[in-house]
Design a protein around this ligand. Structure first.
Ligand code: G1P
Length: 292
């Protein structure tokens, strides 16, 4: 593999986590643990496994725990060393050595589109990825890696999509598109959170994007919606009318970890695969006498 065409990834992480209150009152939702790792670490690991090493996290007030998590913790390392807990020490060190992060503040909650705009100077004039931490994707080939391959074939922006049937579609950006090859769609239009009867298809945008720098021009022009938020989908929609723009149906399973049910499903599935506890946890689940 030569040098990656995509070198930078933006992580919008300034959201207030209102779907998860009160757990997120005093801690970032990105730090909620799936078994034993915070959500954001899974997404960082997906990014690195996809060949991207430069990550900028768009944070807000109350998000310091994210920076601390990826930093060195001398006190903890010292303590673990002293107590001979070498396995834990190694893991703690590994996290602080994952990669070099940049941080920028989104001072006001003005939406996902605005969060991406805040990273503009850092991204500069090259294509880049955006990953939303609520979406945890379990896949043999990392979802972002799959998307980079599509980007390299078409040299145009790509959003990750998956089919969602029923009224749930209203919780997503939704694309209007024609298939161009297996799992790849050319997008002609898209709409943010449509009413179910107005959804242009059943293909929902999930939190993985590969964008080109022309998105920034559109983001600057995009008007806030009725909630005062600048939507990324609205800016992408304007761009899709001017240039080729693709949707890619990724291979893998997505969990909505910003939602209580999705988070619990992911917890159970990841626990069943976790080397330390899978056997005991499986036994526990089997013995549950669930009433209707
Ligand atoms: C955001 C996007 C939406 C996308 C979704 C994927 O919405 O605005 O287009 O479908 O993420 O998870 P949010 O879930 O932040 O409301």
């Amino acid at each position: 593999m030569g040098e990656n065409t995509i070198r930078k990834a933006v992580f919008p992480a300034a959201g207030l986590g209102t779907r998860f209150l009160p757990a997120t009152k005093a801690q970032p939702k990105e730090m909620l643990p799936l078994v034993d790792k915070p959500l954001i670490q899974y997404v960082v690991e997906e990014t690195l496994a996809s060949g991207i090493e430069q990550i900028i996290i768009v944070t807000g007030r109350g998000k310091n725990a994210i920076e601390d998590h990826f930093d060195i913790s001398y006190e903890l390392e010292h303590l673990l060393q002293e107590r001979g807990k070498l396995k834990e020490l190694e893991e703690i060190r590994r996290i602080s050595e994952l990669t070099q992060f940049a941080y920028v503040r989104q001072k006001k909650a003005l939406g996902l589109g605005h969060a991406v705009l805040v990273a503009r100077d850092w991204v500069d004039d090259e294509p880049f990825a955006v990953l939303l931490g609520d979406d945890i994707i379990d896949a043999d080939v990392p979802c972002l890696r799959q998307m980079i391959e599509v980007f390299e074939r078409y040299r145009a922006p790509v959003v990750g999509v998956m089919p969602i049937d029923g009224p749930e579609i209203s919780r997503f950006g939704v694309i209007r598109a024609e298939p161009v090859e297996s799992d790849v769609y050319r997008i002609s239009d898209m709409v943010e959170k449509p009413r179910p009867e107005e959804a242009p298809s059943n293909l929902a945008i999930i939190g993985r994007y590969i964008l080109t720098p022309d998105i920034f021009v559109e983001l600057e022009r995009t008007q806030p919606d009725i909630r005062g938020e600048i939507q990324l989908t609205d800016a992408m929609r304007a761009l899709a009318r001017q240039r080729p723009f693709y949707g890619y149906r990724f291979k893998g399973r997505r969990y909505d970890c910003g939602d209580k049910l999705g988070f619990l499903q992911a917890t159970v599935e990841f626990a069943l695969k976790h080397a330390d506890i899978s056997q005991d946890f499986r036994r526990y689940l089997k013995n549950l006498q669930l009433e209707e």
